[in-house]
Design a binder for this molecule. Sequence first.
Ligand code: HEC
Ligand code: HEC
Length: 329
Amino acid sequence: MDFFNNHKKLFSSALAFFLVLTLIICILPALDNKKINQPLPGSVALTESENNGKAVYIREGCVACHTQQVRNVDMDEVFGSRPSLAADYARNRRLNLFQNTATLMGTERTGPDLTSIGTRQPSKEWQYAHLYNPRSVVPESIMPSYKWLFLVKEDAAPGDVEVSVPAAFRTGIKGKIIPSKDAQDLVAYLLSLKQTDLPTSIKPGEFLYKKAKKPAAGASGSSLPDGGVLFTANCASCHQAGGEGLPGAFPPLKGSPVVLGENLELFVTIIMKGYNARPEFAEMPAVGTNAGLKPEEVAALINHERSSWGNTAEPVTAEQVKAIMDKIK
Ligand code: HEC
Ligand code: HEC
């Protein structure tokens, strides 16, 4: 047997072995993957601005701290309505022969998953203030600030949106803080991040290892869920934990005439449909509808806001709220 002594035979069989393995392990699965994973029918391609924003996201290294994958485990349920599928990433096309597209699924979750950030936090004003300095809206945040994505201008040109940054975070800055084109594109990209609804014929995967949910016991022993927890999850990012809001962007709920007033319909409508009544404040998105809040949850929120931070007003019932929610649907 001269196999091990014949370099031609040795080399050509190693090469053949290598090529066959490459075909089986890489090329065939890749082709198959491409064939069976098409973009979901409801998904939309990124616009030019969103695509630029994705490039900024890559350039600034956001993927170091943020994932874009909802795993099928219970703890990920807060990040999306269903576990992610391969089809969710099927719009990522190869850039050219040598460059693939980053999927940005990420591996580190120093910050929250961003798969559905466009649904969870659709407020542009919030996103700008947060990028400029995360601590201006989330006091305990450890995310770096991205000030270099903003310009300081003496006067805002037509079309410029001024970012409302509280005085404590703008020391030494004279003028208006305006998002650069990169910041605008980045925020457009963030707001485009939404989970696509599955076609009705496909059943979404389940979240595994579910923990037993705490029984819905309200703070005052009522049967409503905990309004404080709901407030932290849905409202505190803008109205702040102490209900004091953020001057020039988000109004205070402490002492608010809507919170303390008699017009429950207005209160419920603001929560479910959003609010844009005054130019001196940003626009409130349809927070309640986006989060799928139920009447008991809205009632618990209202009662929490009516009895916190020195506010005192009569509590409401889930039935009262449900009647209004049915009416304004
Ligand atoms: C060093 C880690 C780190 C980096 C880098 C980072 N972030 Fe964050 N991010 C965080 C942390 C921690 C939070 C949670 C606290 C907060 O909301 O600020 C967060 C929160 C967020 C949120 C709000 C998420 C939510 O569910 O409310 C968004 C949006 C966001 N980051 C976008 C970005 C973008 C865009 C970049 C890149 C320009 C980036 N982050 C870079 C750590 C990071
Ligand atoms: C993305 C930021 C944001 C989030 C999250 C948010 N709000 Fe608002 N909210 C606003 C803004 C901005 C306004 C003022 C809009 C205007 O007046 O034009 C507002 C106004 C209000 C008002 C009217 C206050 C007044 O005195 O006029 C109430 C009540 C309110 N929000 C309740 C809530 C509740 C309850 C939640 C949570 C379910 C919530 N908001 C979540 C941004 C937000």
